[in-house]
Ligand binder design. Structure first.
Ligand SMILES: O=P(O)(O)O[C@H]1O[C@H](CO)[C@@H](O)[C@H]1O
Ligand SMILES: O=c1cc[nH]c(=O)[nH]1
Length: 232
């Protein structure tokens, strides 16, 4: 049963899915990590694949950029395709000097400047948190592999090009490690619909030192987080 955004039947998509923002990163993961991979989605070029990793069925699909886009895909994946474990594998901008380029962040929770939570008509502010089960497993795998990682809060922002380049300092003063654009919505949908979610992020930009990973490397350079996500 296809949805407006995913051309697949129930069973075509595994219970566990990796979700990069970039659909070409999904293709890269499929081609480099999965065996017997079959493409299940092409609508809007939001490429999705299902294959086998170490004997386990696993899927990978792009989400696009921003809360609205991942809000649609994660909702459809959980509600209509019975996906149970959603692991975002994304890039982020570090807010802390000691969180360097290529370091991995496990997003324990997400704050946001988006109004995604207004749909729930709460009389307060919702704290979007990850699945402790997935977080604990990812942390254990990272320790075993001896990969440098950090655990903490991130900001899910609607804005990539902030007019005030110092505004990040206020979030950093509250311990927020980095900025990206999807995790808050992913965690909300997973909590609301009864699935587990975790964002594993690689630092592509350093807002304190102004360093950045080269544009051509962004699709393929972050294989460590992909490996960890697949091993969970
Ligand atoms: O690398 P991805 O997963 O797309 O994540 C980050 O990169 C995009 C901005 O360049 C936003 O989607 C942000 O969240
Ligand atoms: O600075 C950055 C880097 C990646 N993704 C973001 O949203 N911001």
């Amino acid at each position: 049963m296809a949805t407006p955004h995913i051309r697949a039947e129930k069973g075509d998509i595994a219970e566990k899915i990796l979700l990069p923002g970039d659909p070409l990163r999904a293709k890269f993961i499929s081609e480099n990590f999965l065996q017997n991979s079959v493409q299940f989605n092409d609508i809007r070029n939001m490429l999705g694949f299902t294959g086998i990793y170490k004997g386990e069925k696993v899927s990978v699909m792009g989400t696009g950029m921003g809360v609205s886009s991942i809000g649609i895909y994660s909702y459809e994946l959980i509600k209509f395709f019975d996906v149970k474990k959603l692991i975002r594998v994304g890039t982020c901008g570090s807010y802390k000097k000691d969180v360097g380029l290529h370091d991995i962040i496990l997003a324990q929770g997400a704050s946001t400047n988006s109004n995604f939570q207004s749909q729930y008509e709460l009389n307060g502010t919702y704290s979007a948190i990850s699945s402790f089960n997935l977080l604990e497993r990812a942390a254990n795998i990272l320790r075993e592999k001896n990969y440098k990682f950090h655990v903490g809060g991130v900001l899910t922002s609607d804005i990539f090009y902030e007019p005030d380049e110092n505004s990040y300092k206020k979030w950093a003063s509250l311990g927020v490690l980095a900025v990206e654009m999807e995790t808050y919505a992913l965690y909300c949908n997973a909590s609301r619909l009864g699935a587990e979610a975790l964002s594993i992020l690689s630092v592509s930009d350093q807002l304190v030192t102004k360093e950045a990973v080269k544009t051509d490397d962004r699709e393929k350079a972050f294989t460590k987080m992909m490996e960890v996500a697949l091993e969970i």
